[in-house]
Design a protein around this ligand. Structure first.
Ligand SMILES: C[S@@+](CC[C@H](N)C(=O)[O-])C[C@H]1O[C@@H](n2cnc3c(N)ncnc32)[C@H](O)[C@@H]1O
Length: 243
């Protein structure tokens, strides 16, 4: 993994132009195993960030439907999904290097060939590295809730970001989200329900039942211990030009 792809590298051109980011690079060192994975397994599973559109057929050596998980944390959901869906090519984007190392170890142990990882700001990846309509499915599970009102602008789900998501998602594709923070759940619903590019798959209640495929991540378990609820949302990408 080169430093040029790193989100904390001030030379990283597009990210440095944007002042509000949805993340802070967390302190916390990679374990010896994660560090080894970052060095040895990155050439196999890693994709360097580049502002050029990626040829995904070449990357995966086949043409298949593709899913993207944004902010996979330690990668539990990503790994389980890629294992359960060998017919899909799965791309995970995360800025936290120890988490990336953890997922690389899991991918190697599971012998996966349908998983790749990008260690960079997902906003840049979606805007610059992924071709329009190249994804069938996007997962965003437990994005940082940014609890304080003055930090709400850092939340990933905002009208502008919804348009960025829509650009990469094929018409008819699915966007799945989950959060354990009620205020953010309502905010997600408000922003996405207002978009002409998406239709809520649970139009009446607003929220879908928990996706059985989603394993309990460390983050979700912590929320459970704190007594938080969980809200799952699912949206279908619309073609606004369709009658
Ligand atoms: C609260 S954690 C949840 C992790 C995981 N999805 C889970 O359920 O355990 C949110 C993650 O999103 C990552 N993240 C936030 N903004 C991001 C961005 N713009 N691009 C890539 N990763 C991002 C953070 O580094 C963090 O690991």
């Amino acid at each position: 993994m080169t430093d040029a792809s790193s989100p904390d590298n001030p030379a990283s051109p597009p990210a440095s132009r944007r002042s509000i980011r949805s993340f802070v690079i967390r302190a916390g060192r990679a374990t010896v195993g994660q560090q080894r994975a970052l060095e040895e397994l990155w050439p196999k599973y890693g994709i360097e960030f580049s502002a050029q559109p990626l040829d995904l057929d070449q990357t995966f050596g086949r043409r298949a439907p593709r899913m993207l998980e944004i902010g996979f944390g330690a990668g539990e959901a990503m790994l389980a999904f890629a294992q359960a869906h060998p017919e899909l090519d799965c791309i995970g984007v995360e800025v936290h290097k120890p988490g990336v190392g953890h997922l690389l170890l899991g991918a190697e142990t599971a012998g996966l060939s349908n998983l790749r990882v990008i260690c960079h700001d997902a906003v840049d990846v979606l805007q610059q590295q992924l071709a329009p309509g190249s994804l069938q499915l996007i997962h965003i599970f437990f994005p940082d809730p940014w609890h304080k009102k003055r930090h709400h602008k850092r939340r990933l789900i905002q009208p502008e970001f919804v348009e960025i998501l829509a650009r990469s998602l094929a018409i008819g594709g699915t966007l799945r989200l989950a959060t354990d923070w009620e205020h953010y759940a309502m905010h997600m619903r408000e922003v996405l329900d207002a978009s002409p590019l998406f239709a809520n798959e649970a139009a009446e209640t607003g929220f879908v039942t928990r996706n059985e495929e989603r394993p309990l991540t460390r983050f979700e378990r912590r929320g459970q211990r704190l007594g938080h609820g969980v809200w799952d949302l699912s949206y279908r990408r619309l073609d606004p030009a369709a009658p």
